[in-house]
Structures are given as C-alpha cells and as structure tokens.
Write a protein that binds this ligand. Structure first.
Ligand code: AMP
Ligand code: MG
Length: 418
C-alpha cells in the first residue's frame, strides 16, 4: 500500500471497489431522478389516434381549396366532437365539416383542421346544423397530430441507462409504464466514532461535542440518491468498533465512518478494518482531510472519512458521492468544473492539493470570479455552507495572487451538466 496517493489514483481505487447495484421495480413517481435499468417500451401508439391540435373544424382540404377572406367557402356542420368522444360512425363528406376541439379524434373523411379563428358562422352558431364560412385554405394534414407520432406500440420509449427526469416520467406514464425497473439505491451505513460525541438532542457535557457528522453525512447520502442508515455513536474502543463494523457489513451496501482514522492514540478504525477485512489506502495527498481511508469488510465497500467536519464533507464529495452514484448506474461521476480567476490573494502553505470552500460567481465582464467563503479551518463548516464550490489549488506551495486562473468544482450543479 503506497503511503500516499493522488486524488485521481484514490478515486480509481474507490471505483474498482464498487459495482452497479441490481434493479428493483418501483412505482413510476419513485423513479424520478434515478437510472432506468431496462428498456421501457410502450403498450400503445402515442398518440393513440389521429387528433386535432386546435379548436376549429375538421374538413377535407380539397373542399376548402382557394378559400380566403374575400372568397370564403361555406360548409355544413355535421358533427360536434369534443376530446374523449368516440368518432366511430362520423364521416365528413364533401362540402361538410365537423366542429372539433383540441385533442379530439379526427373523424373519417376529414384530413385537416381549420382554426376557429379563420371561420365565421353564416347560419346558426357553428354547432351541428350550422353553415360556416372558411376564410383560409388548409394544407392536407394541417393541425392534425398523427397516431404514433411519439412512439409506436412495442417500441422502446426510454432506453436503459437514461436518467429519469420529469419529462421521462410523463413519457413513461403515457406509454403505460405504471412501474419501472431502476437501479437500487445503496443503503449506506453511517458510523461516527469518538468518545467525545453526544447525540444532537443532548447538551454536550465537559469535553464533549455533538455528533454533527452523522447528520451532514446522512444529508450527503440522501443528496447522492442513497438511503442513510445512521448507527449509534461508537466510542473509541476496539470491541465497540468491531461490533459496529460487523453489523454494518451485514445490513448495508456501503459503510461510511467518521473520525478515528488519524494517528491518535485512540484511533481504531484502521486496525479493526484490517482485522475484519482489508485496508486499501489511508492517506490521500489533499487538504483538507489527508487521512481518507478505503477498504472493505466481507466485500462491502468501506470508506473512512476523517473526523473534522469539513474534511468529512469534502472527502464525501470527492470519493463517496461518485461511488454511490456509480452504484446507482449514473454514467457521469464528475462534478462540472468552472474556470474562474481568484478574487483575492491566497497563500498555499503545503504541497498537497487544496480544496478550498468558496463561491464562484460571474463578474462584471462575464468572467467567473472565485472567492473563499469563510475560514478554511477543517473544524468549521460555515464556509462550506456559504460556498457553492471547491476552489482547487494544484500541488505545490506558493502565493496565488488575485487574478490567477483556478478551477472550481461545482457542488451546486449535477454531474453530467455541460
Ligand atoms: P479524529 O479524526 O477522530 O481525531 O477527529 C478529528 C476531529 O473531528 C476532532 O476534533 C473530533 O472531535 C472531530 N469529530 C470527530 N467526529 C465528529 C463528529 N461525528 N461530529 C463532529 N465532529 C467530530
Ligand atoms: Mg476521534
């Protein structure tokens, strides 16, 4: 195991550890935002029948040929067809028209629709028995929506691998897919280690702090499409750590821990991981959060995040979120990067790559400007809350002056967005 590795090498190893989860059949609305696992086809033609795209009159175009304001053509209205009406038995013959509403089935004989705005009743009010003047000549097929225009019965309407947005949900509904097969959401065990931790509804006593990481990680799991399973706090003891890890490996698809991966005297995550499974790496050349840890227990992928809240947060974004998305079948695993210029000077004191919590916004000239959104202490989360990106400063020490070009990893834009 290399002592340290680059973020890219570490991510590759994370991706090797996980695989796409099997599919499950879910009610259509529960598929929103998820990845379709098998092709969905249509049980009918959509549209199911030729229908009118306008409120107006269904006519035979040849009957109205040459009609204009100055030389209107007058036809007899023989039917009044609303959306949902059965038109079997209605035939529009020569010199006849059927009053028709948007979405109503086209009657036999008619081949086009003239909008009501281009007609005028000559006798009656335009309903059955009236005579109506047409002020415009339609072309054949005008304002008629064809049967099967969207998809034919039996054809694939949405292919496996597509992410289902609201439009896809609408297409699946129109084509009779009341439930669909999507890749399963990973159940993610969240285990906070630390004898200093108390639950959020408790007032911390002397030397104690609240277990905030359990919540931020759970929120990140939900945002990534996973199902968080929060376990009780694990004190810094070998036996308790072992019991918690074994239980999580039995119950979940992925294990995330916080704390206990550093060089502290009571950091037991790594030894217990080595005892129960395997440790792949435990250090990545980045800041915040150098001791990022990957392994597995009985085949269940395991990611040990550092305990400092911002190291936890950044480590999750860079390693755990893409892994959880891969497991759900998403193809795009990288957040969009925005090229920006620094809005102020930044001093970089260490060689490791920095992921600074910042905001990227468009400046007056249309260029993007990146600024840090608060204290960069890895114990403090406010800058992450106020920011929308991680400002990436490459390896090497140095003084980055205002105006220096930087890349910003967007945490506010979904992967795969161009
Ligand atoms: P550790 O990596 O266990 O040494 O923890 C590093 C720092 O993160 C320490 O200051 C811990 O108190 C803090 N920390 C660890 N776990 C949590 C947690 N679940 N929530 C908030 N802070 C934590
Ligand atoms: Mg600890």
């Amino acid at each position: 195991m290399p002592e340290t590795m680059t973020v890219e090498q570490a991510r590759e190893l994370v991706f090797e550890r996980v695989s796409v989860l099997p599919s499950e059949e879910v009610p259509l609305l529960e598929a929103l935002g998820r990845v379709l696992a098998s092709d969905a086809s249509s049980d009918i033609d959509v549209a199911p029948f030729d229908n009118s795209a306008m409120d107006g009159f269904a006519v035979r175009a040849s009957d109205v040929a040459g009609a204009s304001e100055d030389a209107p053509v007058t036809l007899d209205v023989i039917a009044h067809i609303g959306a949902g009406d059965d038109v079997a038995g209605i035939t529009v013959g020569p010199a006849q028209a059927a009053r028709i509403m948007t979405g109503a089935a086209m009657p036999a004989g008619a081949d086009s629709v003239v909008m009501v705005e281009y007609t005028r009743p000559v006798e009656g009010d335009g309903s059955v028995g009236s005579r109506v003047a047409f002020l415009r000549a339609p072309i054949v097929g005008e304002h008629v929506r064809r049967r099967g225009e969207e998809v034919r019965a039996g054809d694939v309407v949405i292919g496996a691998g597509d992410v289902l947005g609201p439009a896809a949900i609408g297409l699946l509904a129109a084509t009779g897919n009341a439930s669909v097969a999507v890749h399963r959401r990973p159940r993610v065990a969240i285990i906070s280690t630390g004898s200093e931790l108390v639950e959020v509804d408790q007032a911390p006593g002397p030397g104690k702090i609240r277990n905030s990481n359990s919540y931020s990680i759970a929120a990140q799991v939900i945002a990534a499409g996973g199902v968080p399973v929060r376990y009780p706090i694990v004190p810094d003891e070998i036996a308790a750590t072992r019991t918690a890890f074994e239980r999580a490996a039995d119950e979940c698809d992925f294990i995330v821990t916080s704390g206990g991966v550093s060089v502290g005297d009571f950091d037991y995550v790594k030894p217990v991981l080595e005892e129960l499974g395997e440790l792949t790496f435990c250090k990545v050349m980045m800041r915040p959060g150098n001791p990022q840890t990957l392994g597995s227990i009985r085949g269940v992928p395991f990611f040990g995040l550092p305990g400092n809240p911002t190291s936890t947060y950044v480590g999750f974004e860079i390693f755990v979120r893409p892994a959880l998305r891969l497991m759900q079948g998403f193809k795009h695993l990288d957040r969009p990067m925005t090229k920006a210029v620094l809005g102020h000077d930044v001093k970089k004191k260490q060689d490791r790559r920095y992921y600074l919590r910042g905001r990227v916004e468009s400046g007056p000239g249309g260029e993007y400007i990146a600024t840090l959104s608060g204290s960069q202490s890895s114990a403090l989360l406010t800058a992450a809350h106020r920011g929308n990106c991680l400002v990436v400063l490459p390896e090497g020490e140095g003084f980055f002056e205002a105006g220096t070009p930087v890349a910003c990893m967007r945490l506010d834009i979904e992967e795969g967005t161009p």
